[in-house]
Design a binder for this molecule. Structure first.
Ligand SMILES: *Cc1c(COP(=O)(O)O)cnc(C)c1O
Length: 386
């Protein structure tokens, strides 16, 4: 192996072992697909339409789409989807078909929404209003209501977070629906950004409400987050009627141009399907429960050493007072102002958490000594001056 390849590999491998702050599962193994690296693979166009270019994995891609349609309470007759390059593309797609459904709609989303959404709205030139968030990161429904009163005659696109990036807060569909009903909003579209939770929440006991049984229009999920992948990927599911509204056929490749990009990744559907097959529903439930158990443990241990840790109900994201820059860097913690978080994704072990707690404790001890030292030197100074 050439040196630059070896050193790049080693750096990534080492840093993968230590990161705690990002929602990227590490317990996957896809090396059986190594032979595919020497092939041209391309899922160009609609996953349900074969192209004249027959070097695709669309059959497997559809298995992934159907699996998630089913766990998210939809039928293949009702819902269509494809494997994307990640959560951002799925959100862009949802907003795109929403705009095509209602030409003069306004988008409502909370201030805790992922940073990429603003850019998507800008690309699509969609009028939008940012709604305040509650302390835990969930949308402030009173603020939403006070804004909607002013626009009740216009179509509304609700962009909901099913797990915000910083605190894993879930916007409550029931609350949104109450407001829709109260103001008799006739034309509306609901998109769920389930980047992280979309592949986790369907497998836990008390499921948050966000699937197609709740009369929603589209869902975006990341594939490299709770599932895990060396290549970013994701899944978007939309009501079929929305996809049909934007479908155009392209003679050059003889398929339908229903996706954001033309050429599409054919490798990531193989990863996603092998992951689903390997675990099965029961395995996925077990994997989700284990992650929740570790999050509970982490919250408890952090509070034991006075870190003010908390998490949203059943969340894998544990939020706490930001430690020093050194610790943030060492454990690759995501930080926003004076709070940091770590996320108990599969692949993170109890031992990783314990090492982190020990590092925090050591820092607390050093800080205490410095303060005591400061106090004695101040006293000494006072003594000298007096
Ligand atoms: C990560 C994330 C995204 C973006 O997803 P990518 O897969 O990184 O494109 C969007 N929304 C939320 C809530 C996220 O956590």
């Amino acid at each position: 192996m050439e040196n630059w390849i070896k050193s790049t590999y080693n750096r990534i491998q080492k840093n993968t072992e230590t990161f705690l702050g990002y929602p990227l599962a590490k317990d996957f193994k896809y090396d059986q697909f190594a032979p595919f690296l020497n092939l041209c693979i391309n899922n160009v166009g609609d996953p349900e339409n074969n192209s004249t270019l027959a070097i695709d994995t669309k059959e497997i891609e559809l298995k992934v789409v159907r699996f998630f349609s089913k766990v998210l309470q939809a039928t293949p007759e009702d819902v269509w989807g494809y494997v994307t390059n990640g959560g951002t593309e799925g959100n862009l797609y949802g907003l795109y078909v929403a705009r095509e459904a209602f030409s003069n709609a306004t988008v409502y989303y909370s201030e805790s929404t992922h940073y990429s959404v603003k850019k998507n709205l800008h690309l699509l030139q969609l009028p939008n209003v940012v709604i305040r968030s509650q302390e835990n990161g969930e949308m402030d429904y009173e603020d939403l209501e006070s804004v909607l009163i002013l626009h009740r005659d216009k179509p509304a696109i609700f962009f909901l977070n099913i797990g915000t990036t910083m605190t894993e807060a879930v916007d409550q569909i029931d609350e949104i629906k109450k407001i829709i009903k109260k103001y008799a909003i006739k034309n509306y579209y609901i998109h769920c950004d389930a980047a992280f939770l979309g592949s986790f929440a369907p497998f836990v006991d008390e499921k948050p409400k966000f699937d197609f049984s709740n009369d929603i229009d589209s869902i975006s999920i990341s594939g490299h987050k709770f599932i895990g992948s060396p290549i970013p990927c994701g899944l978007v599911l939309v009501k079929r009627k929305h996809r049909n509204r934007i479908a155009n056929s392209v003679s050059y490749v003889d398929t339908m141009d229903t996706t954001i990009t033309g050429s599409r990744n054919g490798l990531t559907p193989l990863f996603l399907w092998s992951f689903i097959e390997q675990f099965g529903i029961e395995g996925l439930q077990k994997r989700a429960k284990e992650a929740q158990k570790l999050a509970r443990y982490t919250e408890h241990e952090l509070n034991k050493i006075g870190q003010n840790a908390w998490r949203n109900k059943d969340a894998l994201t544990v939020v706490f007072d930001s430690p020093s820059k050194e610790i943030i860097k060492q454990f690759q913690l995501a930080t926003d102002g004076n709070i940091s978080h770590l996320i108990c994704v599969p692949g993170i072990t109890k031992e990783n958490i314990d090492n982190f707690i020990v590092a925090l404790q050591q820092e607390q001890t050093v800080k205490k000594l410095v303060i005591e030292d400061d106090e004695t030197s101040t006293k000494k100074n006072l003594f000298i001056h007096s």
